[in-house]
Design a protein around this ligand. Structure first.
Ligand code: ARG
Length: 466
């Protein structure tokens, strides 16, 4: 039997393999609620414009509500022979309403319909992700406030560089996530135009009101070019780009948790809730959740590159290749959402070993810069000279295997006679972080101010979204 939705000129049905490669219902069933929302807006507009009569419109709207109820209740039977969500919904509508159901598709095509459904779905998903990212920021800023003065080593090249605070380190991720949220918000702003009414590719001869459907569906305006509307997937690409960058941030943080949780670093432990054991090595406590956050970033990046490749050779307007836009996107955004939730859980679960962090902060002559800065400030040395003098002092201490602050004044003066006992004031990790008061620096007071400011902003956001 040929397809009942479009089979007028066909005498036989598709080959089994044709049906299999063509069908998208196996994944686009996720658009059910968006598809019905779009159809309800479309039918209301058709009726108000006098394109279909009121009684048919009413019957269609009631029928669509019934379809929605059936889908939500799980009693709806999805059929692969009906290809996709659009034709599954419409076909069931015809069973409920009768021939008038066929009027719903006036002045519309599946090409603008799928573009609409996907925009609505991406918009809903961005809104959910934004809330989740905000929760993660809140968890980070809360812990940063608690640990604003806790000293740990800061690294460059993964070598101890200068002491920082644990709170400052956590706040770095709050900033990254803030940029992620603004990238998603930016993508959302641009996607918020309604493609419905572009029809197959050229627009329609019916007197539709695209402003009406656009505003009914919460869009800022209708899209301006029908060809562009049905062939544009920028809104997915932009969202996946934002998602890929965000996933990379989470992956980097996850990598740090993996490092911190090693006995060698020993900076932090995760509880039983966020670790797993080994079936052979009884001593092990593996940070699997963090490893999986790190690993799943690959899927998100893959979805972005995958879709860029699908789109790159497509002429205007719609091509069926574009059906390949969905599965990777669903997988990527669902994975990201899971990763954000896992990170939020781990941020709450993490127990830092503050003693160990502080001890590590002082090792490796991490306060050498503080000594050099003191020479500049107290003795008015050019920084390059101070760097050289400090280097000699570090070499002397290293040879004796002692920290800088254990060198005697005599020993120091043997390198530069102008050094005074005052130098001891800057030789310590607490002094070091306290001195970093420049805007954005690691001084505990700075960190407290930043954490409080973010928590305030987040609380305001939360209140606004309620
Ligand atoms: N299932 C299709 C997709 O996801 C819907 C659009 C089909 N359009 C068409 N002209 N066959 O892209």
């Amino acid at each position: 039997m040929s397809n009942k939705m479009w089979g007028g000129r066909f005498t036989t049905g598709p080959d089994a393999i044709m049906e299999e490669i063509n069908a998208s219902i196996g994944f686009d069933y996720r658009f059910a609620s968006q598809d019905i929302r779009g159809s309800l807006a479309h039918v209301a507009m058709l009726s108000r414009q006098g394109i279909i009569d009121e009684s048919a419109a009413k019957a269609i709207a009631t029928g669509l509500e019934q379809v929605r109820t059936e889908i939500e209740a799980g009693t709806f039977t999805f059929s692969r022979a009906l290809e996709d969500i659009h034709m599954n919904v419409e076909s069931r509508l015809a069973e409920i309403v009768g021939p008038d159901a066929g009027r719903l598709h006036t002045a519309r095509s599946r090409n603008d319909q799928v573009a609409l459904d996907f925009r609505l779905w991406v918009r809903d998903t961005i809104d959910q992700l934004d809330e989740q990212l905000r929760d993660l920021q809140k968890a980070l800023a809360g812990r940063a406030l608690d640990h604003a003065g806790a000293v740990m080593p800061g690294f460059t090249h993964l070598q101890s560089a200068q002491p920082v605070t644990f709170g400052h380190h956590l706040m770095a991720y709050v900033e990254m996530l803030g940029r992620d949220r603004s990238r998603f918000a930016d993508a959302r702003k641009r996607l918020n135009e309604c493609p419905l009414g572009s029809a197959a590719l050229a627009g329609t001869s019916f007197p539709i009101d695209r402003d009406m459907t656009a505003s009914a569906l919460g869009f800022d305006r209708p899209t301006a070019n029908s060809l562009d509307s049905v062939s544009d997937r920028d809104f997915v690409l932009e969202t996946l780009s934002a998602a890929a960058i965000c996933a990379v941030h989470l992956s980097r943080f996850a990598e740090e948790i993996v490092l911190w949780a090693t006995p060698q670093f020993g900076f932090a432990t995760l509880s039983d809730k966020f670790t797993t054991g080994s079936s052979i090595m009884p001593q092990k406590r593996n940070p699997d959740a963090a490893e999986l956050v790190r690993g799943k970033s690959g899927r998100v990046i893959g979805a972005l590159t995958g879709l860029l490749i699908v789109m790159k050779g497509l002429p205007l307007a719609y091509s069926k290749d574009m059906q390949e836009d969905k599965e990777g996107t669903f997988d990527a955004l669902q994975s990201l959402s899971l990763c954000v939730a896992a990170m939020t859980g781990m941020v709450g679960d993490l127990t830092p070993d503050l003693k160990r962090m502080k001890a590590a902060a002082g090792s490796g002559y991490a306060i050498a810069t503080d000594l050099a800065d003191w020479l500049v400030r107290a003795l008015d040395m050019p920084f390059r000279d101070a760097h050289h003098v400090t280097g000699r002092l570090v070499a002397m201490a290293a040879e004796r295997k002692i920290p800088l602050e254990r060198l005697t004044l005599d020993e120091m003066q043997s390198v530069d006679s102008r050094i005074t006992a005052q130098v001891q004031d800057v030789l310590g990790v607490d002094q070091s972080v306290r001195s970093r008061v420049s805007y954005g620096g690691t001084a505990p007071n700075n960190v407290r101010t930043q954490a409080r400011a973010w928590l305030k902003r987040i609380a305001k956001d939360e209140a606004a979204s309620k």
